[in-house]
Write a protein that binds this ligand. Structure first.
Ligand code: NAP
Length: 259
């Protein structure tokens, strides 16, 4: 399917690895030029080089922490006007409700709620002026079904979801869509880190921890970054203009809900 977005320009945040990279790759495969961000320059440059070589698109890199004001300023300066924005950042650490302090919540809100909101605030006006735009926020399955030990994530991402629900309806008349992609367990460094937590807590091997988590998913496997990226690229396509303010689960059926 021709996604109809060849020649458009996208900012993909936190995109040197994992799900962000999956989105960057799929957009590049559709002919989209990229501004790609992550903190670590080495992995970022390696990913950018691989994408340029595979897809022949322009990839501008900005090594910066997207959750800081200075980092965002640097990224936004390099990005200029974009047609597509993919927001992403690392997720908050797991823990127990009784340990979380105000500072922990502020950090989580900053990273996973206020950062995507700041990026939308900066970039939506240009999309509205152009009469076309796409925003995809990478959130989490935890928005639909809480993951107890990820309370900081549950809280911050639910806040973002509420913001998107209203804002998506305010910008839709100008041809701009905002949607959230909700990953369940995907095969990335983040998933490996969570596997390691299970391994330690239960005193089992890495393979056993992974097998136990995979067994909780009806698809009986982890998702891939490529599958995730393909869904992102479709939502950014010309065909997805009627999909507004949705929260789309990519979880292999793990969230046991009818709707
Ligand atoms: P990942 O494999 O660890 O990749 C994270 C990417 O984000 C890397 O490129 C990393 O590069 C970059 N990054 C992290 N913090 C950043 C920051 N502050 N500023 C700029 N770049 C940053 O993680 P993932 O699995 O793709 O997860 C992406 C998001 O989806 C996370 O918020 C995660 O909580 C959420 N999620 C993931 C899963 C899953 O199963 N994978 C499930 C539910 C939700 P640098 O470290 O070099 O900055």
């Amino acid at each position: 399917m021709d996604l109809g977005i060849k020649g458009k320009r996208a900012l993909v945040c936190a995109g040197s690895k994992g799900l962000g990279r999956g989105c960057a790759e799929a957009l590049a495969a559709a002919g989209v030029d990229l501004v790609l961000n992550a903190r670590g320059a080495e992995a970022l440059e390696a990913t950018a080089a691989a994408i340029r070589a595979a897809h022949g698109v322009t990839v501008t890199t900005v090594a910066a922490d997207i959750t800081t004001e200075a980092g965002r300023a640097e990224v936004l300066k390099a990005a200029g006007a974009v047609d597509i924005l993919v927001t992403n950042a690392g997720g908050p650490p797991p823990g127990v409700w009784s340990d979380w302090t105000r500072d922990d919540f502020i950090k989580a809100l900053d990273a996973n709620m206020l950062t995507p909101i700041a990026l939308m605030t900066a970039l939506l006006p240009g999309m509205i002026e152009a009469g076309w735009g796409r925003v995809i926020n990478i959130t989490s399955q935890s928005v639909k079904a809480p993951i107890a030990q990820l309370g900081l994530s549950n809280a911050a991402r639910t806040g973002l979801t509420g913001y998107v629900a209203g804002t998506a309806r305010q910008v839709a008349p100008q041809g701009v869509t905002i949607n959230n992609l909700l990953p369940g367990i995907h095969d990335t460094d983040r998933a490996t880190a969570l596997d390691a937590g299970v391994m330690k807590a239960e005193g089992i091997s890495a393979d056993e921890a992974r097998a136990r988590r995979a067994a909780t998913i009806p698809a009986r496997r982890y998702g891939t970054a490529a599958e995730f990226g393909a869904a992102c690229a479709f939502l950014c396509s010309v065909h997805a203009g009627f999909i507004v303010g949705q929260n789309i689960l990519l979880d292999g059926g793990a969230t046991n809900a009818t709707i």
